[in-house]
Design a binder for this molecule. Structure first.
Ligand code: SAH
Length: 255
């Protein structure tokens, strides 16, 4: 019997062209693909037609397949000799539970690998014209989760982040914007700090809105920004407007 394997693969942030060559090759060679909600389904077209495609997505609040069931399925197929591709949005090790999946593959004694992907913060920032670091403006950035903000056991140390990092990128935070704002303002972050929200970054449906820490929850509500979206906070957000106005100036000279 052929030996099975598990590839825990990052599909990139949304634009199907932003997948790595290595990831694409694993898809082309897959027997079984277990894919998540944020994976661009166009990528499944690269799999052999006989490959089994299984959706394991979780819509927020609606768990269509619990994590344990996904891991069991992944191991069962690999143990039966299949090349399993566990395809995940962005990068598997950035809020993707890829670590848990690697641990369960290792515990089951199944050969596995992790193939990185462009995480949505990096993809969306590039697409929206916001450099996460910028000489003279920002020398550090942090990626944090906005879920469970203000919960007693919030996994994020907002107090430290309010002052010690130049650019903050917050995943899973749009529905918690009010709490995040309160938390950061409460720890003394400047209400004038520029903020951008990028919805469906790198896809044809990408939308970016900007505001300040003081008003961003109102801007988001007015523009009906919803998931998936990331929040970028810091002076680097101003570079976007600078780029847009330079492009506009050049266009009007040509035109
Ligand atoms: N492993 C993924 C993150 C999964 S957590 C990665 O590396 O990107 C899910 C969160 O990712 C969403 O709530 C949202 O904040 C962010 N996200 C995923 N895709 C996105 C996209 N195309 N645009 C903006 N944010 C996105």
């Amino acid at each position: 019997m052929k030996r099975g394997s598990i590839s825990i693969v990052g599909a990139g942030p949304g634009d199907p062209e932003l997948i790595t060559l290595k990831a694409l090759r694993r898809i082309q060679n897959a027997d079984v693909i277990l894919y998540d909600r944020l994976v661009n389904e166009e990528l499944l077209n690269y799999a052999p037609s006989e490959a089994v495609r299984i959706y394991c997505g979780k819509a927020p609040g609606l768990h269509s397949m619990p994590q344990e069931a996904t891991e069991r399925l992944m191991i069962r197929h690999a143990a039966a000799g299949s090349h399993v591709v566990r395809l995940k949005g962005g990068d598997p090790f950035v809020f993707g539970r890829g670590g848990e999946e690697a641990l369960s593959a290792a515990a089951a004694g199944i050969p596995y690998e992790v193939i990185p992907g462009i995480t949505s913060a990096v993809g969306a920032a590039a697409s929206a014209g916001i450099p996460l670091t910028h000489r003279g403006v920002a020398a550090s950035f942090a990626i944090v989760t906005g879920s469970r903000c203000q919960a007693e056991d919030s996994p994020v140390r907002w107090e430290a982040l309010a002052h010690s990092v130049d650019t903050l990128v917050i995943y899973m935070g749009v529905s918690k914007l009010g709490d995040i704002r309160k938390e950061l303002l409460g720890h003394g972050k400047d209400p004038q700090t520029p903020v951008a929200l990028i919805e469906n970054g790198t896809t044809v449906r990408e939308r970016t809105v900007t505001g300040t820490l003081g008003n961003i929850d109102k801007v988001a509500a007015a523009m009906k920004i919803s998931n998936p979206a990331i929040i970028i906070m810091g002076e680097v957000v101003k570079v976007r407007a600078e780029l847009l106005s330079l492009e506009e100036a050049v266009r009007s000279q040509i035109g």
